[in-house]
Design a protein around this ligand. Structure first.
Ligand SMILES: NC(=O)c1ccc[n+]([C@@H]2O[C@H](COP(=O)([O-])OP(=O)(O)OC[C@H]3O[C@@H](n4cnc5c(N)ncnc54)[C@H](OP(=O)(O)O)[C@@H]3O)[C@@H](O)[C@H]2O)c1
Length: 285
């Protein structure tokens, strides 16, 4: 029986990245749909849940992606509303690589040091990766601050996190380099989660910090998010701080994404979101 992955994307085109990783993760065939919304996916979900016998349902799975995390979360929920009794298939949410990237970055940091009780700053944390990184660090017991260039956006992201995960993350407006420099004062951990090519932190702000222990930067597009780090950094010590660059933890991100796809075909009732993906990342880091 062929392993079929139904890829639902909230963007116009199903992400090629997710399609390629789906094949590498063990799917025999990937059926991608773009422009998916809670209003237009009913037939797609019913096609997935009604076609195979109970024992064979595990060979069909669904994946929700796209660049908009909020839209992805709504779609992920909407798909599961059509599931009932054993008429369900395993499903994963990873809008813009949010869960797998954040989980890999945080798991790698955890492999370097404990984060419990430490102050962690997620720079530009309003995107998909930043929101999930904030949740994962908060669940590990860190006191998390999430910055944005805009106060309303950071507050909105923290509210959404509180509603979905019941963890407290503190919003902070940090519109420029200087304010982001101030934001990391007294911090032990920094995870830069800004858009590709957006430099968030100049070297002077972190290299001389007396408290900072670890940094991770998800951005692999020059200029990097944190000046003075290298995207290949794999727990490399720089200025007394442990550094994880985007490619440095990206190897785990890819392995994790593939492992999640593989896992989807083990049963027909797996739901892979932040909690489950982070738990798996910790076993792989
Ligand atoms: N390493 C990996 O394996 C991997 C995998 C997936 C993604 N990524 C990378 O991870 C990063 C985060 O991904 P994402 O999808 O969450 O990012 P995103 O949504 O594109 O951007 C995150 C945030 O960056 C801020 N931002 C945008 N332009 C900026 C600018 N010029 N200056 C300062 N801040 C700016 C925005 O926040 P505000 O508007 O609220 O300030 C935005 O919400 C990206 O660099 C992405 O390429 C890495």
């Amino acid at each position: 029986m062929k392993k079929l992955l139904i890829q639902l994307d909230t963007d116009l085109h199903p992400a090629v990245f997710d399609t390629v990783v789906a094949y590498d993760g063990g799917a025999d065939h990937v059926v991608g749909h773009g422009g998916c919304t809670p209003e237009n996916i009913r037939a797609l979900v019913e096609g997935a849940i009604f076609t195979r016998a109970p024992k064979e349902k595990k060979y069909t799975a669904m994946f929700v992606g796209g660049s908009d995390m909020v839209a992805g979360e709504k779609l992920f929920k909407a798909v599961q509303k059509y599931f009932f009794a054993d008429f369900r298939v395993s499903i994963m949410l990873d809008s813009n690589g949010s869960n797998t990237t954040a989980a890999a970055g945080v798991a790698k940091m955890l492999s370097s040091s404990k984060v419990t009780g430490k102050k962690a700053v997620i720079l530009a944390g309003t995107g998909p990766v930043g929101r999930r990184a904030a949740v994962m660090l908060a669940k590990e017991g860190a006191k998390v601050i999430l910055t944005s260039r805009d106060a309303t956006r950071s507050a909105e992201a923290c509210n959404i996190i509180k509603t979905r995960f019941n963890v407290d993350v503190e919003p902070l407006a940090a519109p420029d380099m200087e304010s982001r420099g101030r934001a990391i004062e007294g911090a032990h951990i920094v995870f830069a989660c800004g858009a590709a090519g957006a430099q968030l932190l100049a070297a002077q702000y972190w290299q001389s910090s007396p408290t900072l222990e670890m940094l991770a930067d998800a951005n692999a597009t020059p200029p990097l998010g944190v000046e003075g780090m290298d995207m290949m950094d794999k727990g490399k010590e720089r200025h007394g701080k442990i550094c994880w660059g985007a490619i440095g933890f990206g190897t785990l991100k890819l392995a994790l994404h593939r492992a999640c796809i593989n896992k989807l075909f083990e049963s027909n009732n797996l739901v892979l979101d932040a909690e489950e993906i982070f738990a798996l990342a910790k076993t792989m880091s």
